[in-house]
Design a protein around this ligand. Structure first.
Ligand code: TXA
Ligand code: MG
Length: 360
């Protein structure tokens, strides 16, 4: 299949063209304010099946349904309470996904067999224009091959999806850089299933107590093995967001972490490996950037200032993909604050590391 790439700045009505592809059962990748999505008609079971196959995604992992106008939810979700109404009022359009009981119009192929459906109204103008032009709600997971870091540019999408989908809408680099916050609204107390840009505090300011699913903060696969725990967002159980190299996180006092990362990086480089290091503006001077006399090399990349979590979130997937491009064999990362937006950053990194986090 030939994948057409169109820039949002191009003349001609690209949204009409893209909307028609969606209506006819095809797939279009598009920018949102969080990450690029891989869109298909959410009400068409065969379009959802195509999304799973293009991503290589397990079919029990449900898709998020994207809408452009509040009334679009009527046909999709049932039992929307006053708390959800408040959150929509405050955070839509924006990076918040809510889970409701699904209506019959949404096929089980879209919800991975569940009786609930995830709904979000993105704020990116290109996403809204596409949904409106399509005239149907759009099911869209992140537009990466299953397991890889989510795409934050159209080039990332093309790396993973070229030849597998009909069209990519290039809207440049996205703003936020990590996926939406997911909140399950079907229980008595709303529960965060995946942390994101909209933090627990921001939600609680609107609707009072919000719980957090245990998997969000888990630091080891063992912690989850206890009590036959089953994550409520099926996607959270898979290794995710992962670069090709092995990623190891080291946690502890900052100087000690730098010393340990340097020790391991030098040993790996001496064995001829290419080693990536994820650090911050503050710590970057502590790392050996040059390769030792051996065949390997060490590349330390700052992800931003430690207290500037919006920038760290914005750079996270780009940095992981850059290490893929540099063909890193292994990557060491410092850890970051895990409150506020930091919770989403640490959640993604720990998963990308396959829970490989060590104390020094
Ligand atoms: O920011 C975002 O949310 C991006 C952009 C494209 O909108 N989309 C995204 O989709 O991150 P995806 O498919 O990569 O992640 C969706 C997550 C998965 O972990 C999935 O298991 C969970 O949402 N999910 C979807 N429907 C669900 C449901 N009914 N119940 C529980 N979890 C659900
Ligand atoms: Mg994803």
């Amino acid at each position: 299949m030939q994948t057409i790439i169109r820039n949002v700045e191009e003349s001609g009505d690209i949204f009409e063209e893209a909307g028609k592809i969606i209506r006819e059962g095809g797939l279009v990748a598009f920018p949102t304010e969080t990450v690029y999505g891989l869109g298909g008609n959410a009400l068409d079971s065969s379009a959802s099946a195509k999304i799973y196959s293009a991503k290589g995604r397990p079919s029990d992992n449900p898709l998020i349904v994207h809408i452009a106008d509040r009334q679009d939810i009527q046909n999709i979700a049932a039992d929307i309470g006053t708390k959800a109404e408040k959150l929509m009022e405050r955070f839509w359009p924006g990076p918040l996904t809510m889970i409701f009981n699904k209506k019959a119009a949404v096929p089980y192929e879209t919800t991975g067999g569940l009786d609930t459906v995830a709904v979000r109204m993105p704020s990116h103008p290109a996403a809204l224009a596409l949904i409106r032009a399509a005239g149907v709600p759009i099911a869209a997971p992140s537009a990466n091959t299953s397991g890889r870091p989510s795409p934050t540019t159209a080039q990332h999408v093309a790396e993973d999806m070229d030849g597998r989908i009909d069209m990519i809408i290039d809207g440049g680099q996205v703003g936020i850089g990590i996926e939406s916050t997911i909140v399950d609204m079907t229980g008595e107390v709303p529960m965060i299933l995946r942390p994101g840009y909209i933090t627990k505090d921001m939600l609680e300011r609107e609707i009072g107590t919000v719980a957090v699913d245990k998997i969000v903060l888990a630091r080891s696969a063992d912690e989850l093995g206890k009590d036959n725990y089953v994550p409520k967002a099926p996607g959270m159980k898979y290794r995710h967001y992962a670069p090709k190299a092995e990623l190891i996180m080291l946690e502890g006092e900052e100087q000690k972490v730098a010393a340990e990362i340097n020790r391991r990086a030098e040993a790996d480089a001496s064995a001829g490996k290419t080693v990536g290091i994820i650090c911050t503006d503050e710590s970057s001077g502590r790392y050996e950037h040059e390769s030792p006399q051996c065949g390997g090399r060490i590349i330390a990349v700052s992800i931003g200032r430690r207290d500037d979590e919006a920038t760290i979130a914005h750079n996270l997937y780009q940095v992981l993909r850059d290490f893929d491009t540099m063909e890193a064999d292994c990557i060491y990362s410092e850890t970051f604050y895990d409150t506020g937006l930091g919770q989403a950053i640490m959640n993604r990194l720990i998963k990308a590391a396959g829970y490989h986090i060590e104390k020094v």
